[in-house]
Design a protein around this ligand. Structure first.
Ligand SMILES: O=P(O)(O)OC[C@H]1O[C@H](O)[C@H](O)[C@@H](O)[C@@H]1O
Length: 292
């Protein structure tokens, strides 16, 4: 997507993956590792990988499913879906299963991902997944927009909107806990699936004085992940110190898989905006961020 002067977003057909989203000062808002590999068999480390038809290890497929390491195609003639008139540019990507995919997940589907840039440079991703099985069978899946945000310094970041939520802790065998009343801050590795999270979540980067506001629809859960130093070192496609400059907050449907009957379609949407943080007396007003 190009507005004629500066590139404000980049989408790879490999993975159907957004790898760049910039504000009007040309600053990159998504994190992509300097060691990312942009070809099969692994997914690109950064941007917004799509986890489908499985999130994480919640099933028998490879971690996070296969959509993130398949080649998607562009739909040159997208259908006239309800389009927000304020949208400046969009592209529709399509994924359908190959014969090989059908061997590991025996279901026909059409996945249409619309990536759109809206007013003020907002980025939205809308997934429409349709069951195209002709044998009358339903299918179920889990899903996530595995969004990697670029942050100045992870120790200066807080996440608002997930306080008091229940979560499954992936670092403790997916055991269920309840979060305390304070905003989430980061001092060590985190890998949690917040359940029935609110539709708006804010990531506040104190040093950058920037707040990312995530709005999600059709996606009840939200995963929060940072590998921290030890896991960072163990990842081949991730720099040792890069964990300091990224945070994944991933709108998802994990706890309750989505089931589609033949002919049925599901829609899951993520909208992102980056706004200057209003910072007064060391405290942000979460209500302003989340409602304003
Ligand atoms: O290394 P990947 O397969 O891309 O997964 C990276 C991470 O994704 C999610 O956030 C999961 O909750 C983590 O458990 C996982 O480590």
């Amino acid at each position: 997507m190009d507005d004629g002067t500066i590139t404000v977003g980049k989408v790879y057909l490999y993975g159907g993956q957004v790898t760049s989203w910039k504000n009007d000062h040309g600053e990159e808002l998504l994190f992509v590792s300097s060691k990312a590999i942009f070809k099969p068999p692994k997914a690109i480390r950064g941007g917004i990988p799509i986890c489908f038809p499985q999130f994480g290890t919640h099933g028998n497929l490879e971690q996070h499913g296969f959509a993130r390491n398949r080649l998607w195609t562009i739909d040159d003639n997208p259908p006239p879906l309800p389009v927000n008139p304020a949208i400046k540019a969009f592209v529709d990507l399509i994924l359908k299963p190959s014969d090989e995919d059908l061997k590991i997940w025996p279901h026909s589907f059409e996945f249409r991902l619309r990536v759109a840039l809206g007013p003020n440079g907002d980025l939205s991703l809308t997934s429409r997944i349709r069951n195209t099985n002709t044998d009358g069978r339903s299918f179920s899946y889990t899903f996530a927009y595995h969004t990697y945000f670029s942050v100045s310094d992870i120790s200066e970041v807080r996440v608002e909107g997930l306080e008091t939520m229940d979560y499954l802790d992936n670092l403790k065998g997916k055991e269920r806990f309840t979060e305390q009343g304070d905003a989430i801050v980061f001092e060590s590795e985190i890998d949690k699936v917040y359940l029935a999270a609110p539709s708006k979540i804010a990531i506040i980067d104190h040093e950058k004085k920037r707040t990312f506001v995530l709005t999600k629809e059709g996606l009840p859960d939200a995963v929060v992940w940072n590998p921290w130093d030890k896991k960072a070192k163990a990842m081949q496609d991730f720099g040792d110190g890069e964990y300091k400059h990224m945070l994944c907050v991933e709108p998802a449907a994990v706890e309750k898989p989505i089931t589609l009957k033949p002919g049925e379609e599901w829609k899951g949407r993520l909208a992102l905006s980056a706004v200057p943080s209003s910072y007064c007396s060391g405290q942000l007003d979460p209500l302003k961020v989340l409602q304003g």
